[in-house]
Design a binder for this molecule. Structure first.
Ligand code: BEZ
Length: 237
């Protein structure tokens, strides 16, 4: 899977019932993330954190989906442990689907297997993959972690904020950017056009090379941008 590829419209059983990816996503963004196995410590902390942050993902119009090579029954049983780990009210429902791939069809098709990490039968487990899928069903970002390193879901929210901002505005986000921080004017935008596109101002840092490529501008409104004619254009998700 390369960035920009249309994500396969797979069909699978999940704790929310049978699902077909593109129908499930409709016009939302999606995060599909795999984990090595149910009833394991790091995975429990990860899915617990993802469940806590699920309202933050919903606010951004993002649907979460977890996946591993375990069965549907194991996912149902394990999700009760995760909710207990989170100290949620007994009986409350796990907030997003966990996809069952015990026949290993999806992990193989989507390249999610970790050859270094094996189950008790010596079969490779799923790695900790993160795929962010846009409303156009195209792959926007992928990150791959080994089984022994748990993910940071605050970072996944941060990259989604950047992906959504840069999907609607001709800007790029610098290192450690957070919503509200200044953003960067990409090198391909000429100076005259930049002045038109970013009426809040463009600050260019002087550098020993004399090249004017380090250009900052205040973060624009996520869905609004000036065209080169100076019109304010609003894009819709
Ligand atoms: C875990 O989730 O704790 C884990 C799973 C597989 C290998 C190592 C750690």
């Amino acid at each position: 899977m390369l960035l920009g590829d249309v994500f396969p419209n797979f069909e699978a059983d999940s704790t929310f019932g049978r699902m077909k990816l593109h129908d499930f996503l409709r016009d939302s963004w999606g995060v599909l993330f795999s984990h090595p196995g149910d009833f394991t410590p790091v995975c429990t902390t990860e899915l617990g954190r993802a469940a806590q942050l699920s309202p933050e993902f919903s606010k951004r119009n993002v649907k979460l989906m977890a996946l591993s090579v375990d069965s549907l029954q194991e996912h149902h049983d394990w999700s009760k442990d995760i909710m207990a780990y989170n100290n949620t009210e007994p009986g409350s429902q796990f907030p997003f689907p966990i996809i069952a791939d015990d026949r290993r069809e999806l992990v193989e098709k989507l390249g999610m297997l970790d050859p270094e990490e094996k189950d008790h039968n010596g079969m490779p487990l799923s790695a900790r993959c993160v795929f962010v899928i846009g409303p156009d069903k195209k792959l926007k970002l992928s990150i791959l972690y080994p089984a022994t390193t748990g993910r940071n879901f605050d970072e996944i929210l941060r990259v989604i904020d950047s992906l959504q901002l840069t999907a609607h505005n001709r800007v790029a986000t610098p290192v450690d950017w957070r919503p509200g921080n200044s953003v960067m004017v990409p090198p391909r935008i000429p100076e005259t056009e930049a002045a038109m596109l970013f009426p809040a101002g463009v600050y260019t840092k002087d550098l020993p090379s004399g090249k004017k490529y380090l250009r900052y501008t205040p973060q624009p409104n996520t869905h609004q941008q000036r065209t080169t004619d100076g019109e304010l254009e609003t894009s819709h998700l």
